[in-house]
Design a protein around this ligand. Structure first.
Ligand code: F6R
Length: 616
């Protein structure tokens, strides 16, 4: 996704900007650009489609030099990846702007600005912002005032950075639905959409909040809040350990990555939610037109990513009314498939390099649309530069950041978030989802990071429950509805890292066979949100207790399931049923983690497993 870097200093800041862009490459992008104010007070710009390395090559032949500048990596939404659509965008010769996010009312603004005489040189939604800013700057004279007036007219999501040749000592920034952080230096200050971009130059940061406007000078930072009032934002000293390649205070990467989930879920949502709906443009430039045609969905993935797809099937059919099929890639790739008309092919992968998933995508692409082939392909992936992303028509990147632990945790929950965004977008476009339900779920999604943080607060309770499993050799995981794949994921985690045999069943299947296994040596783990299936689930739990089985139940606080002999209940905060699979995944991850720690296994690198399965 898009990335922003900015700097104001007393030295040439080009190397800082380019290094910052390189550090943001992992987020995925398809063009890059930089604008600097040179020694003569002229704005200079270089932009290139493709990689930052191509921008670097261009800069090697025509180097820029300046003390104030902004840079950007763009992931195309409005308009193809090209030099003219790449940021920074200019208005006249004296105003440059970079933008992350999507401006929804760009069409009426563009029409108005054209009437005023502004000439547009790109197809982007961003260009309206820079011309609108120029218009307000002409009237108001001060860049901060002009930016305040401009954002009042924008609908959508944005993180913006602006420089003006006429006010050469300052960098302006503002955010709404798209993150920005100020990096504080000595006699120089910086800006980025992700602090990772600035770790090379500083370890002190100031995070902008929703609606903030910041004026950043070499030796000062002034911030105004949403109401235009001056505010002080806290300065945060960065501690080693928050970086992906460092475990920091955590004993294992897996535990660190479990605890990162509120933050990365937040990131996955950023720039993709309007006030009460999902921003379809976040799926790519042709997304609106393509998604509007979708009547069926085929999902293909492996392992944990497959479980995410299984949850999505419940969502797509229930919320969007769209038939959905899901299959593991290793089976799908070798099967002759019958494709329903207007089927979207969705592949899900953390790495984007899983051999079976890639092969399935390649096979799917060989079938021509209209002749039994797929309408289009969409990759839900954590690595923007991966083969899966490059070879798919549309991409929805999860923003989990690098996942080091072999057992997938934060990649799974961010995949679920991305799949729910897809469901809501398709539901609205196909008319299967009411605006009220979409608005309600968008609201619930906004609260999700906080809810996940609450759920992680029960870390110590789960650690205690893990003691029940340390001496066991087999376990059963049960779930109903969309919690069945959550149970499957819980079982996969436990077997992967603790080497305890674990199987998952839809709870209703218990009496059709697996009940024969249940005795006091076989703990049964269940997830029980308070939904219309909870009473049926309670009956299944009775069946287990009647055979002497030990139950561990992660239950909604209002589900009416109580602790008792042989029944260990861990209370979960109440959550909207649609989002429950995301929340209930967390205690199961913690459970497998603590069981593995008790058993002394290699948590981050379990035997026989690899992080990215690039061979068949
Ligand atoms: C389980 C796990 C694996 C992966 C699977 C697919 O914890 O990590 O099951 O989910 O190998 O990998 P990706 O998602 O990279 O395609």
């Amino acid at each position: 996704m898009c990335g922003i870097v900015g700097a104001v200093a007393e030295r040439n800041i080009l190397p800082v900007l380019v290094e910052g862009l390189k550090r943001l490459e992992y987020r995925g992008y398809d063009s890059a650009g930089v604008a600097l104010l040179d020694g003569d007070g002229t704005l200079q710009r270089v932009r290139r489609p493709g990689k930052v390395s191509e921008l670097e090559q261009a800069l090697a032949t025509a180097p820029l030099n300046g003390r104030l500048g902004i840079a950007h990596t763009r992931w195309a939404t409005h308009g193809v990846p090209s030099e003219r659509n790449a940021h920074p965008h200019f208005s006249g010769n004296d105003l440059a702007l970079v933008h992350n996010g999507i401006i929804e009312n760009h069409e009426p603004l563009r029409a108005r600005l054209k009437d005023m005489g502004y000439l547009f040189t790109s197809e982007t939604d961003t260009e309206v912002i820079v011309h609108l800013l120029h218009h307000h700057l002409d009237a108001l004279g001060d860049l901060a005032d002009a930016l305040k007036a401009t954002v009042k007219e924008l609908h959508g999501a944005y993180g913006l950075a602006v420089i003006s040749a006429k006010q050469p000592d300052r960098l302006l920034a503002t955010r709404s639905g798209s993150p920005l952080v100020i990096g504080l230096g000595l006699g120089e200050n910086f800006l980025a959409s992700d602090q990772l971009a600035l770790r090379q130059v500083t370890d002190r940061f100031m995070y902008l909040e929703e609606g903030d406007i910041a004026e950043i000078r070499r030796d000062s930072v002034q911030v105004w809040d949403l109401d235009g009032q001056p505010v002080q934002r806290e300065q945060v000293q960065y501690h080693e350990g928050a970086e992906a390649a460092d475990k920091g205070a955590y004993r294992h990467f897996m535990l660190k990555e479990i605890h990162e989930q509120p933050k990365v879920v937040q990131r996955t949502l950023e720039g993709r939610l309007g006030l009460d709906h999902v921003l379809v443009e976040a799926f790519g430039p042709q997304a609106g037109a393509l998604l509007a045609k979708v009547r069926n969905v085929q999902i293909v993935a492996c392992g944990t990513s497959y479980h995410a797809g299984m949850v999505a099937r419940y969502w797509l059919e229930e919320l969007a009314g769209i038939p959905c099929q899901i299959e593991v890639a290793s089976e799908f790739r070798y099967r002759k498939v019958v494709v329903q008309p207007d089927t979207l092919f969705v592949s899900i992968s953390q790495s984007g390099e899983t051999a079976d998933t890639l092969a399935a995508l390649r096979n799917a692409k060989q079938l021509a649309p209209g002749a039994g082939g797929y309408l289009a392909s969409l990759a839900i992936c954590n690595v923007g530069t991966s083969s899966l992303v490059r070879e798919s028509d549309l991409t929805l990147l999860t923003q989990a950041g690098p996942e080091i632990g072999v057992a997938s945790t934060k990649a799974f929950t961010t995949q679920l978030v991305a799949l729910l965004l897809l469901t809501l977008a398709l539901g609205r476009m196909r008319g299967g989802l009411s605006a009220t339900v979409e608005a309600e779920l968008v609201d619930e999604l906004r609260r999700l990071p906080t809810r996940l943080g609450e759920a992680l607060g029960m870390d110590k309770t789960v650690e205690k429950v893990a003691e029940l499993f340390a001496e066991k050799h087999h376990t059963l995981f049960l779930g109903r509805g969309a919690q069945y794949p959550v149970a499957m994921e819980g079982a996969l985690k436990l077997k992967e890292i603790s080497y305890i045999h674990a199987e998952a069943y839809p709870a209703g299947e218990l009496k059709h066979g697996p009940l024969a296994l249940v005795d006091s040596d076989m703990p049964v783990v269940t997830v029980a949100p308070n939904n219309e299936l909870v009473e049926k689930l309670k009956s299944n739990l009775q069946e287990v207790r009647a055979r002497g089985g030990q139950l561990v139940v992660f239950a909604d606080i209002e589900a009416g399931i109580d602790n008792g002999e042989g029944t260990h209940v861990v209370s979960m905060p109440h959550i909207h049923d649609i989002l429950a699979p995301i929340l209930y995944t967390l205690p199961l991850q913690l459970l497998s983690y603590y069981v593995a720690v008790l058993k002394g296994t290699d948590v981050d690198q379990p035997r026989n497993l690899a992080k990215s399965v690039t061979v068949e």
